[in-house]
Design a protein around this ligand. Structure first.
Ligand SMILES: NC(=O)c1ccc[n+]([C@@H]2O[C@H](COP(=O)([O-])OP(=O)(O)OC[C@H]3O[C@@H](n4cnc5c(N)ncnc54)[C@H](OP(=O)(O)O)[C@@H]3O)[C@@H](O)[C@H]2O)c1
Length: 334
């Protein structure tokens, strides 16, 4: 890591990167991607819960003529609530954290207002699809005047990883533990199993399409039947899941957790996600555990679909998406 005192006097803007959250994604980015930063950008500081980033620190960098880029690589709502202040202190923000993108409409609007008023950037490709640019595809269709009418895909990297390997009759808790050991689940795996991670991603993509909805109105299947959580009671998770499977799809061998967004034609949108049986010869059954597959339908081409497939989960794909956003944010100034 270089200190700001070591910045070379180069022509053009120089970027000071402030990394908030040095967990799995943060460590991966620092190890694999930070060393490839161009000479006009440098990691200025790293932050965690005991050493939080302050607005004063951003202002100090700005006053020194540097362009601060804040990376939010936490899963913290408290961190996301700082965005308006950080933007107006002069930072651009790059998020892997989904909280702000999927926040209530009032706070989301507050962030959008701060972006406008303070002329800053907020990029968040890593929040949905990791290495698959699904938010960008949806946004570009809208910006090109071809509104999106429907989106479908396996939005959850962790549930895809689990269910591409699970076969009917397996213990779900065994696969969940393996996913957690591989660093694929959220810090709290109940967020993945409860479907809330997918619900947030659906909301982020819906906003790219120009839609909005209340998370409480989304029809999201939870695979956790009831508290206590699987973390404290894996056998209750297995019993509840097996009862659901046998009750609904006794013949099915393969499953995929699929999210769907659809415009209702009257200005509203329906958001749904559920674990669905998939045929052995379907696209979803053929995906490798870390792959994501999305389909997008637009108004001008209702019969055809845009399909996007790629690395949809994993630390490197996520850190790589963060890195692309950093390069994109810097390119804006050059
Ligand atoms: N893991 C993946 O494959 C993956 C994939 C896609 C997206 N994501 C997203 O990426 C984000 C990070 O995931 P992760 O797996 O790297 O999480 P993680 O390993 O749990 O790391 C989270 C980090 O955030 C820090 N943190 C928490 N509260 C903070 C605060 N108030 N101020 C500053 N730092 C704070 C933690 O520091 P302390 O230890 O000090 O609390 C920790 O360093 C999440 O939003 C996740 O949804 C992850």
């Amino acid at each position: 890591m270089r200190t700001t005192a070591e910045y070379k006097p180069l022509e053009g803007p120089q970027f000071a990167i402030l990394v908030v959250g040095v967990g799995q994604v943060g460590s991966c980015w620092l190890t694999k991607f930070a060393p490839t930063l161009p000479p006009y950008a440098s990691v200025h500081s790293t932050h965690n819960s005991s050493h939080p980033l302050t607005t004063a620190e951003i202002k100090k960098l700005k006053n020194r003529g540097l362009t601060p880029l804040v990376l939010d690589l936490t899963a913290s709502e408290a961190v996301s609530r700082c965005y308006p202040d950080w933007l107006c202190a002069g930072a651009d923000i790059i998020s892997a954290n989904k909280y702000a993108g999927a926040a209530d409409t009032a706070f989301y609007k507050e962030v959008q207002d701060a972006l406008q008023q303070c002329q800053r950037q907020w990029l968040y490709a890593a929040t949905v699809g990791a290495g698959v640019p699904i938010p960008q595809v949806v946004r570009e269709c809208r910006e090109a005047g071809d509104p999106v009418v429907r989106v479908e895909g396996n939005f959850s990297g962790s549930l895809t990883w689990i269910f591409q390997q699970y076969r009917a009759g397996d213990k779900l808790s065994d696969w969940l533990r393996k996913a957690s050991d591989a660093g694929i689940t959220e810090p709290d795996p109940n967020i993945d199993l409860g479907g809330m991670d997918v619900a947030k991603k659906l909301l982020i993509v819906a906003r790219e399409a120009g839609w909005d909805f209340d998370l409480a109105d989304a029809d999201i299947q939870s695979l956790v039947s009831a508290p206590p959580s699987m973390v404290s009671a894996p056998s209750s998770l297995d019993e509840g899941f097996e009862a659901w499977r046998v009750g609904h799809y006794p013949q099915a061998r393969r499953f995929c957790y699929i999210g769907r967004l659809e415009a209702d034609g009257e200005g509203g949108v329906t958001a749904r996600a559920a674990l669905e049986p998939v045929a052995e010869d379907s696209v979803y059954a053929g995906l490798a555990p870390e792959r994501a597959y999305f389909r997008v339908w637009t108004a001008q081409c209702p019969a055809g679909t845009i399909t996007v497939e790629g690395p949809g989960s994993g630390l490197e794909a996520t850190a790589g998406a963060v890195h692309k956003d950093i390069l994109k944010a810097m390119a804006h100034y050059c």
